[in-house]
Design a protein around this ligand. Sequence first.
Ligand SMILES: Nc1ncnc2c1ncn2[C@@H]1O[C@H](COP(=O)(O)OP(=O)(O)OP(=O)(O)O)[C@@H](O)[C@H]1O
Ligand SMILES: [Mg+2]
Length: 239
Amino acid sequence: MAFLEVAGITKRFGGLVALNAVSFSVEKGEIVGIIGPNGAGKTTLFGVISGFIPPSEGTVHFDGAAIGSLRPDQLVRCGLMRSFQIVQTFADMTALDVVTTAALTRRPMREAVDYAAHALERVGLGPKLEATPATLSLQDKKLLEIAKCIATDPRCILLDEVMAGLTMAETAAPMAVIRELNTQGVTIVMVEHVMPVIMRLATRIVVINFGEKIAEGTPEDIIRDQRVVDAYFGDHVDA
Ligand SMILES: Nc1ncnc2c1ncn2[C@@H]1O[C@H](COP(=O)(O)OP(=O)(O)OP(=O)(O)O)[C@@H](O)[C@H]1O
Ligand SMILES: [Mg+2]
């Protein structure tokens, strides 16, 4: 069994089938990209894997264990952490407070603050420990999301659009951090709309459309796949 094994995940919200029998697996040490048009079900898929959303059907295994009934905090202690597409923070907390909260899932208070500061330094936010997240630029907010993940000592992280809204120049810093984490053994699964980023980072890409997996392969395979081109550009492409 693979390090992360997603098998037959279906999620219904009332009459809406947000995910329909989605299966894929991720080996230890990979960087897997998940792409698909808006509303395809990518965030819902991360919600299911990370224990926030109970699936209607299907199973998820992480490192050989069935994790379907575990809560998000229990999964974090197993080494499976996610970021959030919509960055939400508490107004009166500093960047260090936010990341310390994440570090506390795995460490006692006396170690958590130092570990959080270290995580912030790793993403380049060392000079901004005392900044409140609301005052941070979008790029720094995204780096803060990654620092929260790092502070939990993850073995696998699910990153939901950590590059969205950034200029190509601004993506360089988070890309370098992700590469470095991966080099150190962290398995990465990332939802990303920014194609040049996913093409450069991912070893493999899974494509979701209307809740179904429509393709899977190397970045080179995926950009040549007609189903993928159709899903993204549909009728809007002039013949
Ligand atoms: N809690 C919910 N209740 C009802 N419908 C939901 C819920 N969460 C998501 N959906 C619906 O499920 C579908 C998939 O949404 P999801 O957020 O997973 O898409 P996505 O691929 O992440 O899109 P985007 O690229 O815009 O982030 C959408 O039609 C969405 O409206
Ligand atoms: Mg989403």
